[in-house]
Unconditional design. Structure first.
Length: 291
């Protein structure tokens, strides 16, 4: 009898939890569906004034362009790569594909280098994470998680530099677009979601085109479905390492995980890579679908 009463109570409790959950889920979905533009469904930091930067002929004329994969605070490897490629010259335009900071050992040093040098970069999901933590840390009651302690020391100028990183950099001279994570095929640049440009890995086919997926468990790599006309250079996907498609090149070769840091020179239709070995595995393994 006692057992039955207990079971009844448990069932009642479980039922009420489920109903509460379903109600909150339904109302959230309803609100999101009717009142939020797509980007606000996923939390991101305040968007930069210019989302899409164009580096035209006046910037790249007579210069080499060198694109660098996800650095993640691997300052020593970054400097080694820049020297190996002889890229710190006035005749070389250097562009980073995002996720320059976080997770690795020397995020601040990388950020300081970026700000002091005449290099370009797009915003990755980790720059966005840093900004969200920075904004939260302005509340005196907020305690930064241990892995974001370095964010507490950022000046407002340093945060502002990260804030204004664009989501894409286009190089019409080379017919190239640089983005951190990816672009949804068949969708104009202006209609790409800020969140997805920093986080997507795959796309799934729908009746009217493609939808982005953050996780690689569903659909295809977006780059496999990208048919141009521009060539997209991106990072973010350390699990897949170097990705070579006709119209897309993925440069995240997992420096943070003991792989390589890879750079790419744009030379007409050819792709010339320069890479350096990671000095150590700063994190033991790439978690599949890591965010
Ligand atoms: Mn990333």
């Amino acid at each position: 009898m006692q057992v039955h009463v207990k079971m009844g109570l448990v069932a009642l409790l479980a039922g009420s939890v489920a109903v509460t959950y379903l109600c909150s889920f339904a109302s959230k979905s309803f609100t999101q569906f009717f009142f939020s533009p797509p980007d606000q469904q996923k939390e991101i930091s305040r968007v930069p004034k210019i989302r899409h930067v164009v580096l035209d002929e006046s910037v790249v004329q007579g210069k080499r362009v060198f694109l660098i994969g996800d650095v993640h605070g691997c300052y020593d490897e970054m400097m080694e790569l820049l020297h190996k490629a002889d890229a710190l010259r006035d005749d070389t335009v250097v562009i980073f594909v995002g996720d320059m900071v976080n997770k690795g050992p020397k995020s601040w040093e990388v950020l300081d280098f970026l700000r002091r040098s005449k290099v370009y970069a797009v915003k990755g999901n980790h720059e966005d994470h840093v900004l969200r933590e920075y904004d939260k840390s302005k509340d005196p009651g907020y305690k930064l998680p241990p892995k974001y302690t370095w964010v507490g020391k950022l000046t407002s100028e340093e945060a502002e530099y990260l804030r204004e990183l664009p989501y894409t950099i286009s190089l019409p001279t080379y017919n190239v677009i640089v983005v951190h994570a990816g672009l949804v095929p068949g969708r104009p640049l202006e209609e790409q979601s800020n969140y997805e440009m920093m986080t997507m890995r795959n796309v799934v086919k729908t009746a009217d085109g493609f939808e982005a997926r953050k996780r690689a468990t569903e659909g295809q790599p977006w780059a496999a479905e990208w048919t141009g006309p521009q060539h997209i250079v991106f990072g973010h996907d350390a699990v897949r390492r170097l990705q070579l498609y006709d119209h897309a090149t993925g440069l995240d070769t997992g420096c943070l995980y003991g792989g390589n840091l890879t750079g790419l020179f744009l030379l007409g239709k050819e792709r010339k890579f320069v890479s350096v070995k990671s000095r150590q595995s700063y994190i033991n393994a790439v978690k599949v679908n890591q965010f």
